[in-house]
Design a protein. Structure first.
Lengths: 433, 433
């Protein structure tokens, strides 16, 4: 049996550095777990001469990816360089050379996961990607192994740390979106171009990966409907708070009779919901299984060492599989064909905030429009506005179909008594399931 | 390759019934995951004629355990009968007949886990027990696989649903222990003899299992120091609440330089701690890893189908291993010899509630005793008592060694100004780690 496994690393940024540190520090523990040593044999970097936060022998560094991929002594390729097109090519080439692959690349897996998985199986190789969703939280194992026997009906994830940090600060400290974003950027919690985070695209990629696994269905990234949180205002948070809700950017995935819906959108959670107390940059995924009921996985969504923990745990599984000679066997093709719910099959509760004329009969007109579309109210809040002649109305509806909501929204702005539709958010928890 | 795996079930109570239901309902899904069918071949019951909540062919039932264990066509024995001595014998016999074993039996694993694990490995068999801790929560996989690459430094678990239900009701509804216990018994959440739950013994068994795995050390049940929650009063909860704490029965396990401490005791958690919002009968295990930082696994701690989910997930792993021919390979002997911290190595913060004489100089005397033992105060609350001449004092200390606390406690009652030491609880979270 082999006495050492050689790892080639593509990338030595924040996460790559964490991987090297963990492998260096934990040699003894890793050896105990897998019965052989694990060594870094070669590392792809952009600049060989850069100062680094970790002690790597300079002779291991290369700027040529194929010095890693083609090295016959390298058994496992760990990809932590990011990017999609080029990286896809490297991983395909590595798999075709029968190298095991561990990656943290959510963009790549969201877009090309099914293709890469198939190539891995065809070549008898493992392809693991625990670190691609929710950094240090072992949610992918949770879905594919721990809850493997259950039928997952619903998942809700706080899977983007940047937006959770921003929303937590806005809620707890009453600060405006712009100023919290700036603070997050200064602290390094948000990118200088925050679009992918705040517009929900990053969360959408992770939800595509999770829902594919949870529902055993080939969900594509385009199937995820996305709405960001950059328009959330202090007013929204204030009225939500009065009604007992906390705002989170929620990745939502549900399936019924093997028809799925997946979305990312700002959502008011009832304060008693387990996700409502997940704060700051933390991530959590709430899973509702037919048999198990409610479970939740919580932890750091990013960071060098948390993400490296998931990568090295995947690496250990790969090495165990190598020693048992069973690589490439644990992957399953999706069980169900991809079917998405239509708008009249998607049911939800919504929070709607309006400015209306403060005059007699306004409420009757509103009520009529909603009830004509079979939507009833769970909560109503009406408050005077400083602006003369206007009132603030917040409505939380009972569950109704998205098709009906769309009808109402199309007509709402046309009602003469409605001055403005200020905001509309999904509501989860509290009352009916 | 085999086309069917036969399961023998020892026990058909609440959990056994759940296992049968899940295997019946999910045949197609199970087949998809493991590539062969899974059948129940024989079931040990106490009474063949009993009415049951599940449809099992009467010809499968037997009252003789060895009709299950000795059946050469049975591949996997699933033990859900409970009990220790007899059950240990059955499992040893099954393993020696090269049968794979899945069990939900925390008492057995806490007491004889190491012995059984060794016998399993010697016979090339799997022995899995995910369901023995926190029912439907895949915490054991989380520790042994998801966080396998990390060094776990600390774990805190709400691992007993009955006591969490009682404490939640006491905290939120202001009810006394006795009346909540009675209500829980009426609802079936508490046993008619609740000793094992409320005195912390059930939680201690689970913490022995978890700390053994997390620290890779042969922790024994006797190593767990245990204090129950039956003495917790409304007064304690009230003053804790004033200081920003929530009371939970916490299983606590920590290691430093491979020296461990494991305990179960009523604990005041800072309200911002992720475990503080785990309510009712839910379980959760908070894990602090050197690399990953804070993670938490949350879900139902008991119940027929949640527990069955863990058992059937274990069963699927066993069947996958059978098809790959790698049973009995995933188990590790502990890496570290068992070493426990002494009282002067165990550091903690404590909440101490006293009744003292309401006179000049009392506080000076108290302060002197604590500072003589190197214990300083983080929070102090003093309130007048209805009872004439007495005052209520609540002190939350900074971290200090258990040895020093024991010194203080031994002398506290002897101070002439101290009328009574009303309560003493561990405090976690808020301020220093």
């Amino acid at each position: 049996m082999r006495e050492n496994v050689n790892v080639g690393l593509l990338g030595l940024g924040t996460v790559g550095t964490g991987v090297v540190k963990m492998i260096q520090r934990q040699q003894e523990q890793l050896f105990h777990q897998v019965g052989c040593s694990v060594s870094i044999k070669k590392v792809l970097v952009k600049n060989v001469d850069k100062e680094r936060d970790v002690d790597v022998d300079r002779s291991l560094l290369t700027t040529d990816p194929y010095e890693v991929i083609n090295d016959p002594e390298i058994d496992v390729v760990v990809e932590v360089m990011g990017g999609v097109e080029e990286t896809r090519r490297y991983i395909i080439d590595a798999l075709q050379l029968k190298k095991q692959v561990v990656t943290a690349n959510k963009d790549l897996i969201a877009l090309h996961g099914s293709e890469l998985q198939k190539i891995a199986v065809d070549n008898g190789c493992d392809l693991f990607y625990e670190a691609s969703v929710a950094g240090g939280v072992p949610i992918i194992r949770g879905l594919t192994e721990g809850l493997a026997s259950d039928k997952i009906q619903k998942m809700m994830g706080i899977v983007n740390g940047t937006t959770n940090y921003i929303l937590t600060k806005m809620s707890k400290e009453g600060l405006a979106y712009d100023s919290v974003l700036k603070e997050a950027q200064d602290l390094g919690f948000a990118e200088s171009d925050p679009t992918s985070d705040v517009e929900g695209l990053d969360a959408a990629r992770k939800m595509a990966i999770l829902s594919r696994l949870a529902f055993s269905m080939d969900i594509e990234l385009d199937d995820v409907s996305v709405r960001g949180m950059s328009n959330v205002t202090q007013e929204d948070l204030k009225y939500g708070n009065m009604l007992g809700y906390t705002m989170k950017l929620i990745g939502y995935a549900e399936q019924e009779d093997n028809r799925a819906e997946v979305s990312v959108q700002p959502t008011f959670l009832d304060n008693s919901h387990p996700l409502a107390s997940v704060n700051n940059e933390y991530n959590a995924v709430y899973v509702y299984g037919e048999a198990v009921g409610e479970t939740m996985f919580y932890g750091p969504g990013a960071g060098s060492l948390p993400t490296a923990t998931s990568i090295v745990s995947d690496l250990l599984t790969v090495v165990k599989n190598m020693r048992l000679g069973v690589n490439g066997r644990s992957v399953l093709a999706p069980q169900f064909s991809r079917q998405l719910k239509s708008a009249d099959e998607r049911y939800a509760k919504y929070f709607i905030r309006l400015h209306v004329l403060d005059e007699v009969g306004v409420f009757a007109g509103l009520t009529q429009l909603f009830s004509d579309n079979s939507i009833s109210f769970e909560k109503i809040l009406q408050l005077p506005l400083d602006e003369k002649g206007l009132a603030e109305i917040v409505i939380v509806t009972h569950r109704a179909s998205l098709a009906n909501y769309e009808n109402v929204l199309a007509k709402l702005s046309d009602l003469p008594v409605v001055n403005a539709v200020k905001s509309l958010y999904l509501v989860e928890g509290g009352g009916q399931k």
